[in-house]
Design a protein around this ligand. Structure first.
Ligand code: ADP
Length: 490
């Protein structure tokens, strides 16, 4: 069973049907079934009405004959003219395509229109019930004939003339109804042919209608196909139905995102090339000028070599930062989340950065509101905090300060890095998280910045399902606030 189901599924997957197929099938079923049911119901009710009419007809005629037989004393043999009644019985039987038996009170057949059973005894349920005074009839649906039992009363002399007395005999009529339906059968055959034709016409009609209805979806598929071939600038417009309009809208939005992504990728590649090229160009200029000077003093050589070494450091820092950024962009399997004591971690980072701060007489203050332990990737998180504090020192004034505050509630911990530095112009505060974006290129370069530090920090924060915010006042200082969940849920 399971194997069959799997085979069916694989066939289905290989030949995925079009939605047109169920639409056509449903439409045909809904149109044809009522048509067929209606035909069946009509034909069977008209058949029943015909049979009922025929039974009543036969019953009436036989009743009249039975009365005549009583009056003529057919069963009592007291009247001479039995021949005319016999011939009437035969005519009637022929007319109904049936057989009439006359049974007397001794259950003996006195007349058989087929002349086969005269003199024989005939006892049947219908005859017995008829002798008891009931007019009986029964229709055999399987063999298509009906049986009628009509009493033949005995006429007795009463004060006001002749009157019907007890049942002296029974007229048993059996008649086939088969011939009645010969015409109907042929009509039915024609009706079936008509139904078949109606089915074919209906199927063609429904198929055409479904094709027309589905056209907007097909044109939508064609447009999407065109776009996937590489024409990203093409807009998809298919507003025939609300559904196609909605799908077009969603595809257009996705395309917009794709375009933005593609643009940012191109920008990133060109930025990377440019950033990597700058130190190499400097190295080449320095080396070329050294080679151009034949009797350059040793000090000049040393100075130039120092510059070349600085440029190599810079190149290697850019490469390190780029690698870090790529690592952050990757999905989490490489991440190593574990509970970490954040207070200790921040203190260690500050300790490492203190010598740089001291050089410019910048005070590094750590305010810890409470002990915080949270699930973080220690290496990546340290890198993010380091970038924030290092920036706060780098973009500070002489004798300034940097205040790092750690706090937490029941869900998150908050790390605030505030400085008394140069600040960031209001309109640029959000751009500082972009890769390679620097407010003041010269200053960043002077301080050994690559423009990737905050991009890395933001990626780390997002990796921890956190958020980062920046507030700044130009000339007064900047505050970065990081919010990270205490418990990491992958
Ligand atoms: P960089 O390597 O240039 O420091 P970042 O990505 O770390 O690159 O920062 C991007 C830019 O944001 C910096 O060039 C600087 O102009 C600005 N910036 C970052 N932190 C601060 C801060 N604390 N005060 C003022 N400007 C800042």
């Amino acid at each position: 069973m399971k194997k069959i189901r799997e085979q069916l599924r694989s066939i289905y997957e290989k030949h995925t049907p079009s939605i047109k197929l169920p639409m056509v099938v449903i439409a045909i079923v809904f149109c044809m079934i009522p048509l067929m049911i209606q035909g069946r119901v009509l034909s069977s009710s008209s058949r029943q009405a015909q049979i009922d009419r025929r039974i009543i007809d036969v019953q009436n005629q036989c009743q009249i004959l039975s009365n005549r037989m009583s009056r003529n004393g057919y069963l009592t043999n007291s009247v001479v003219d039995n021949g005319s009644i016999d011939s009437e019985l035969s005519t009637l039987a022929d007319l109904f395509n049936g057989r009439i038996l006359i049974v007397n009170s001794g259950f003996r057949i006195v007349k058989d229109t087929f002349s086969l059973s005269e003199g024989k005894i005939c006892i049947s349920e219908e005859i017995i019930r008829c002798f008891q005074g009931e007019n009986t009839n029964r229709y055999d649906t399987r063999r298509h004939y009906f049986i009628l039992a009509i009493p033949i009363p005995e006429y007795v002399q009463a004060a006001d003339g002749m009157t019907a007395g007890k049942t002296a005999g029974v007229m048993l009529v059996t008649a086939s109804t088969e011939s009645m339906f010969e015409l109907e059968e042929s009509l039915n055959e024609r009706a079936s042919l008509f139904q078949l034709m109606a089915f074919v016409v209906l199927a063609i009609l429904i198929f055409t209608v479904v094709n027309v209805l589905m056209r907007p979806f097909e044109s939508l598929v064609a447009s999407v196909g065109h776009v996937t071939e590489g024409n990203l600038d093409e807009d998809i417009e298919e507003d025939t139905y609300r559904e196609t309009k909605e799908i077009s809208g969603i595809i257009n939005k996705t395309l917009e995102k794709l375009k933005a992504l593609e643009q940012s990728r191109q920008e990133f590649v060109s930025n990377v090339s440019h950033e990597l090229k700058t130190p190499i160009t400097s190295i080449r200029v320095l080396a070329d000028s050294l080679m151009g000077m034949e009797d350059a003093p040793k000090e000049l050589y040393q100075e130039f070599m120092q510059d070349i070494s600085d440029e190599i450091d810079r190149e290697s820092k850019i490469i390190d930062d780029l690698l870090n950024l790529v690592k952050m962009d990757k999905a989490s399997p490489e991440s190593n989340f574990a509970p970490v004591q954040i207070n200790g971690l921040v203190e260690m980072i500050l300790k490492r950065l203190r010598p740089i701060a001291r050089k410019r007489n910048i005070e590094l203050i750590f305010e810890s509101m409470r002990e915080v332990t949270a699930d973080v990737d220690e290496v990546k998180f340290s890198l993010a905090v380091n970038n924030l504090v290092e920036n706060a020192v780098k973009y500070n004034k002489e004798d300034g300060w940097v205040r790092v505050t750690l706090d937490a509630d029941h869900k998150f911990f908050y790390l605030k890095v505030a400085d008394s530095g140069i600040g960031i112009p209001k309109e640029l505060t959000e751009r500082v998280f972009e890769r390679f974006y620097r407010v003041d290129k010269a200053r960043s370069r002077e301080t050994g910045g690559t423009g990737l530090g905050l991009a890395i920090t933001k990626s780390v924060v997002l990796l921890h399902h956190g958020a980062i915010r920046v507030e700044s006042q130009e000339g007064e200082g900047t505050t970065f606030t990081v919010r990270i969940p205490l418990i990491y849920i992958p």
